[in-house]
Design a protein around this ligand. Structure first.
Ligand SMILES: Cc1ncc(COP(=O)(O)O)c(C=O)c1O
Length: 407
């Protein structure tokens, strides 16, 4: 195995001047409290088909990269939907249905009532919509199918047909939108407003917080599992987390901060340089939008607008921001498919590998490595957020079919 592909690549790094090195500030409870996180775990871990996803130690890769360990949380098998997003959208759909049916019936309807099918007729009269670049829409469509609501999923032209089909297979209707992801978000919101439908978005904006908060709460099932899986092992020193709108990164950051307090790992946000809204927000010291002119291969990360809730956490919770170019994505997918030497071999999608690619590239760049405080004692945690969610794209990039791999 050689890590030459990560040498001399284009990396941009920004150190967060507003980083809070201290203990978890309770002021962030307004974004995601321990109770909200616990409720999500209790509910989602009781769903049929629930299983903790694996946390792999990539020992061989760690040795080659010169660090103590690389931990990879592999989300490819989550609820059979291919990505961690299965945890968020479906859970937010459930909460929204309980709230809406309560309003319509004037009764206090619980999520257990909705899950048990007691209000199937009322639920079938609710229409839920969302914009997506694939994975979030699949989760929302799955939630609507499971609980019995109507569902429209908004996709922009850059979303692959394979990802659209995955959503249609779950009974949702796809509405295609001209423009990019951010425009599909706006179109979904406008149509919902005009038709009395409900948006379950993974991004929060002015005046819109509850569904994206529940989406983020759902994601923290992963950090709950990691806490269990680590047991008495040493805590990670660094987390390299890929960012789209920042919901995932915000959720992981806040929960790991709650778990480890001032001994929390150092957070590094990794984005495609073609969609670097969090990186630019870090430089500016406030949430800023970027205009996407060219789509990145990391489809799930192709977002130009930051989620308000995510930013609320990341503005002080992340130590560093990093951007990577598309050219290290396929080599990282191949590295994992080949078992990085002697480690386990598995299929990781284009957006899954961004955190790992960023970490490996940072380790090859002496000045960034030093700035991030990486050395031979570092234990790096990354989130492999999706499997081969589009098998055709996977095969084109990696050269082997995803289903030919063992794990
Ligand atoms: C596979 C994958 N990883 C990471 C992300 C980033 O999550 P967020 O948009 O919450 O930052 C996404 C978003 O769609 C995704 O699909």
């Amino acid at each position: 195995m050689t890590l030459d592909a990560y040498k001399n690549v284009t990396l941009n790094h920004h150190k967060n001047a507003s980083y809070n090195e201290g203990a978890y500030p309770s002021s962030l409870d307004s974004v995601l409290s321990a109770k909200t996180i616990e409720d999500a775990y209790t509910t989602i871990s009781s769903w049929k088909g629930y299983e903790a996803t694996p946390l792999y130690h990539l020992h061989n890769l760690a040795r080659e990269a010169g660090v103590a360990d690389i931990l990879y949380k592999h989300e490819g098998g989550r609820f059979g939907l291919g990505s961690f997003k299965a945890l968020g959208g479906a859970y937010a759909v459930l909460r929204l249905l309980a709230e809406e049916v309560s309003k319509r019936t004037g009764k206090d309807i619980s999520i257990a009532d909705i899950q048990g099918g007691s209000y199937a007729k009322e639920v079938s009269e609710v229409t839920i919509v969302t914009a997506t670049d694939g994975n979030h829409g699949r989760s929302v469509a799955w939630g609507c199918q499971s609980f019995g609501a109507r569902c429209f999923i908004y996709m922009h032209a850059g979303v692959s047909k394979g990802r659209a089909k995955a959503v249609e297979d779950l009974g949702a209707t796809v509405n295609w939108v001209d423009g990019n992801y951010d425009e599909s978000v706006r179109q979904a919101a406008e149509d919902a407003e005009n038709n009395g439908w409900f948006v379950v978005s993974d991004t929060s904006y002015e005046g819109y917080v509850n569904p994206p908060r529940n989406v983020m709460a759902g994601y923290t099932v992963m950090t709950n599992e990691i806490k269990e899986q680590l047991g008495s092992e040493p805590a990670p020193t660094h987390v390299f987390l890929q960012g789209g709108v920042g919901g995932l990164a915000g959720a992981m950051c806040t929960h790991l901060w709650q778990i480890f307090g001032e001994n929390k790992p150092s957070f590094v946000i990794v984005e495609p340089d073609r969609a670097d809204c969090l990186y630019q927000s870090g430089i500016k010291g406030e949430a800023v939008d970027v205009h996407i002119t060219e789509e990145t291969i990391m489809a799930g990360l192709s977002c130009g607008e930051v989620s308000n809730l995510g930013w609320e956490i990341l503005k002080s919770g992340t130590a560093d921001f990093l951007t990577i170019s598309d050219d290290i994505v396929a080599p990282t997918m191949k590295l994992l498919a080949n078992g990085s030497g002697n480690d386990v071999s598995f299929a990781a999608g284009e957006s899954a590998v961004a955190g790992l690619a960023g970490a490996l590239a940072a380790l090859q760049d002496e000045s960034i490595k030093e700035a991030l405080g990486l050395d031979e004692n570092s234990r790096i945690l990354v989130f492999g957020t999706e499997g081969a969610t589009d098998p055709a794209i996977y095969e084109e990039l990696v050269g082997v079919a995803a289903d030919s791999l063992a794990a």
